[in-house]
Structures are given as structure tokens and as C-alpha cells.
Design a protein around this ligand. Structure first.
Ligand code: CUA
Length: 322
């Protein structure tokens, strides 16, 4: 029974949002720091507990040495000094390595907003800059230099599989490096209470082969696709007259608001609402009609006045923006 519980507990440590399942350099170093600290602490705890029990229950003549000057000097003074003097430099070295600048890194800027993530890729190697949201796509094997800041309040950027947390502070830029070592989809979260919907502020990190990444990047840099069905044309028109463009950018149209997420390629993202729902026409329509019910306190109002057919057209249009 215990063995089963133990296996289940360990299985819970692997996965898309676990610091105990490292998928990149920093996370691995932090993982080993955690393992060494935890194992050492357990070992020392067991030894000390055994000594306490021995001191209480052993016959008086056999436990006399526990109170000797030698035991206290070696066990109570020398031992902690040696152990802590070793752990401190080790921890400092791990810390130093995790935020060292790396040459040739891919720069990505992430801005925390209540309650979503603005993600900017700067111009590089002839590729133009562009913005996306709630999804960070990275090539495997290449260092990623993330610089983070916040637009409103303090958030904290954390991708457990790739490294430690870093605060996002308005007016300040903090940096964090990581390298994804294997393809996959990982989950990042906001790790600092930032308001009502703090717990619903997540994002995906998609690590892919460099060739696939280049293709993704080229596609994202393009303007939005032209709708090719009457329903989608209608959706685009509703987007325009509904005023969506005063908060959202759709490159290639006159929608140029910067308040909310860039929707130029919203249909290519895995989730909506900062990691809350799978991205499809149904969830998009539900989100537009019921934003304040789903995520009370976000800046987007609910647009409950659209008819079902309008919603379908609007959501269909957004979904078509791959
Ligand atoms: Cu953003 Cu918590």
C-alpha cells in the first residue's frame, strides 16, 4: 500500500508543470539543488531524531557521551558550520549560473498584464518583430533570453520545467535564460498574487524543432489571413463594428488597439483566456459573450448582446486567424 502511494506521489511530480521534471538547463540545476538539500535535510533529521530518542531512552551509563563537551563542539558547532559553508557557495553558484547572459540567445520580451501575458519577439535575422499572447514558442537547443516586466501590478513569471520564478515589476526589466532540451508543451503560471484572477493567469510554452520554429515565426510575422467564406467575412465586419479593434490588433486590418492581446493569429494558439480553455469556435463564442462571468475582473467586458449567429460568425472569424 505504501509502495503504491509512493509511486503515485512520484508520478505526480512529472508533467507539464513540474519543477521536478526539468526540461531545460536551469531547471536541472535547480532540481539537483532541491534534491541535495532535501536528501541532506532528511538525513540530518533522521540522525538528530535518533540521537534524541537515544538520549531519552538509553540507559544513563550508555548515553553519557551525548552530553560531553566533544559531542557538542563537533556535532553542534563544527558539523553545522561545515555543512552550511558548503551549501551556501553551492546555492550561490547555481544562482549565478541561472541568470548569466548568453551569446546568440533568442530574445523574447514578456509583459505581465491583468491577467494575461503579452509576448514580443524582436526583429532578428531579417524577420520582423511581432506580438502574440499567452503562448511562448521556442526552438529547442537554442538559449532563450526572456526579459520580463509588467504593465500594471507585480506578477511573477514561472515555467517550472525550465527554471525558477522571476518577478515582473512595472518599470523594471528582469531577465531569465533557459534552453528547452526536448520538444513538448509545458505550462507556465503567474506565481505572485496580482488580483482577482491571479489563479487564472497561465500560458503555454511550446518547444519545437528549429525548422518548425522558423516556419512558425514566419507565419506569425505575416498579416492576418483574409476570410474566404461569407460567414467569416461577416465575422470580420462584426469585429469591426463591434469596436473590438479599439483594444485588439489584427495586423492587416484597421484593428489597432494595444490594450488587449494581439489577435492577428489568435486561431493558431492552443488556448484562450490565458490558458483557461482549449481554443475553438465554441469557447471563443462563450468567452466573447460571457467574459465577466468566466473571468470576473478582466478588462474585457462581456458582449452579451450578440445573437447566436453573430457570435458564431465572430468566433469563426477569430478561429480562422491561424
Ligand atoms: Cu499575474 Cu498573478
Amino acid at each position: 500500500m505504501n509502495a503504491v502511494a509512493c509511486v503515485l506521489a512520484l508520478a505526480g511530480c512529472s508533467g507539464v508543470q513540474s519543477a521536478l521534471d526539468p526540461a531545460g538547463g536551469d531547471a536541472l540545476r535547480i532540481y539537483w539543488l532541491t534534491v541535495i538539500m532535501t536528501a541532506g535535510a532528511i538525513l540530518i533529521f533522521l540522525v538528530v531524531t535518533s540521537l534524541v530518542l537515544y538520549a531519552v531512552f538509553a540507559p544513563p551509563e550508555r548515553r553519557a557521551w551525548l552530553g560531553s563537551r566533544r559531542t557538542i563542539v563537533y556535532g553542534g558547532l563544527a558539523f553545522p558550520i561545515v555543512v552550511l559553508s558548503m551549501l551556501l557557495p553551492y546555492g550561490l553558484i547555481v544562482m549565478r549560473d541561472t541568470d548569466a547572459p548568453v551569446r546568440g540567445a533568442l530574445p523574447i520580451e514578456v509583459i505581465g498584464e491583468q491577467y494575461w501575458w503579452r509576448v514580443k519577439y524582436s526583429a532578428e535575422r531579417g524577420q520582423p518583430e511581432f506580438s502574440t499572447a499567452n503562448e511562448i514558442v521556442v526552438p529547442i537547443g537554442r538559449p532563450i533570453a526572456v526579459s520580463v516586466t509588467a504593465a500594471d501590478v507585480i506578477h511573477s513569471f514561472w515555467i517550472p520545467n525550465f527554471g525558477g520564478k522571476i518577478d515582473m515589476i512595472p518599470g523594471r526589466i528582469n531577465r531569465l535564460n533557459f534552453t528547452a532540451e526536448r520538444p513538448g508543451v509545458y505550462r507556465g503560471v503567474c506565481a505572485e498574487f496580482c488580483g482577482d484572477q491571479h489563479a487564472r493567469m497561465a500560458f503555454d510554452v511550446v518547444a519545437m524543432e528549429p525548422v518548425a520554429f522558423d516556419a512558425w515565426r514566419a507565419a506569425q510575422a505575416k498579416p492576418a489571413a483574409e476570410p474566404d467564406l461569407p460567414l467569416l467575412v461577416r465575422g470580420r465586419e462584426l469585429f469591426r463594428v463591434g469596436g473590438c479593434g479599439s483594444c485588439h490588433v489584427v495586423r492587416g486590418t484597421d484593428a489597432n488597439g494595444w490594450f488587449g492581446p494581439d489577435l492577428t493569429h489568435v486561431g493558431s494558439r492552443r488556448t484562450i483566456g490565458a490558458g483557461q480553455f482549449p481554443n475553438n469556435i465554441g469557447t471563443l463564442a462563450g468567452w466573447i459573450a460571457n467574459t465577466q462571468h468566466i473571468k470576473p475582473g478582466v478588462r474585457m467586458p462581456s458582449y452579451g448582446s450578440f445573437t447566436g449567429e453573430d457570435l458564431r460568425a465572430l468566433a469563426g472569424y477569430l478561429e480562422s486567424l491561424k
